[in-house]
Design a protein around this ligand. Structure first.
Ligand code: ACM
Length: 267
């Protein structure tokens, strides 16, 4: 299976330009799964809810989800993107995965809000979920960016049977590159990070987004990786079925060996 990670630089507040770029990429990339970064339709650096709600509403006005669903169906591709989601009078930093067969579509609302996201979004309420897509023989889990800091995020997805964890991101450091491979190894899953590049400024504060989008194998190796500054698309290949046997020798199995009765202090 081929996965494309679109390391783009969304234009802050220009929903139309961002949507056009996303659609153009979808039409031109040869891959089974196409992933865009966190908040790919709007840009990132919101500091209040009036800003994030405005761009969530624009997305609804454009009928973005319907457009992407139609592309997924026609082109037979799985498409994942981050976006501001207005729902039930709340505003979430969300990621959606859309399948050629829309019955499988899944939405994830970011659990761990980073920095000034706390002023611009409500805390996600979906928890961590996995979708099994039998037509592709693949199970996919979603988390977003700062969720990486919490090993529970990836663990919850792996325990539900994820073969690959997809992580749309707007990462502003590079320390996560040390940790994502560990999450892949300890859970025996593939892990795909679609990060963005570019700079955003708000009230004299600059955020620099650090690229390095990558697909990691369940051994923690880089299958494919982008550089830290370019708008680029990288495509990596992986076999989802390889993750399902969690044994690593004739005796040890990383899931069966867990001693959950000894982990009670985690709560
Ligand atoms: C982040 O969660 N966007 C760093």
């Amino acid at each position: 299976m081929k996965i494309a990670l679109c390391q783009i630089s969304p234009i802050y507040g220009d929903s139309k330009a961002n949507i056009d770029k996303i659609i153009k990429n979808i039409e031109n990339i040869a891959a089974d799964i196409i992933v865009f970064p966190e908040l790919a339709t709007s840009g990132y650096f919101f500091v209040n809810k009036a800003q994030s709600i405005r761009y969530a509403k624009e997305l609804l006005d454009y009928g973005f989800e319907e457009i992407i669903s139609e592309k997924a169906r026609k082109l037979g591709k799985i498409i994942c993107y981050g976006y501001p989601e207005l729902a039930n009078d709340k505003i979430y930093n969300s990621a959606k995965i859309i399948f050629p067969n829309s019955n499988y579509n899944m939405n994830y609302r970011k659990t761990h809000l980073f920095y000034k996201e706390r002023f611009a979004f409500d805390e996600g309420d979906t928890g961590f979920n996995v979708v099994n897509y039998p037509e592709g023989d693949i199970s996919i889990g979603l988390m977003i960016c700062y969720d990486w800091r919490f090993p529970e995020s990836a663990r919850a997805l792996a325990l539900q049977g994820a073969d690959i964890i997809i992580c749309p991101s707007n990462l502003v450091t590079s320390i996560w590159t040390k940790v994502m491979p560990a999450r892949a190894i300890e859970n025996k899953v593939f892990l795909a990070v679609a990060n963005r590049v570019g700079i955003e400024e708000e009230n004299d504060e600059r955020l620099v987004f650090n690229g390095l989008s990558g697909l990691y194998s369940y051994s923690g190796d880089i299958i494919v990786e982008a550089d830290a500054v370019s708008e680029t698309i990288i495509v990596g290949e992986f076999e989802p079925r390889e993750t399902r046997d969690k044994s690593f020798n004739s005796i040890n199995n990383i899931f069966n060996d867990r001693r959950t009765d000894k982990y009670s202090k985690l709560h």
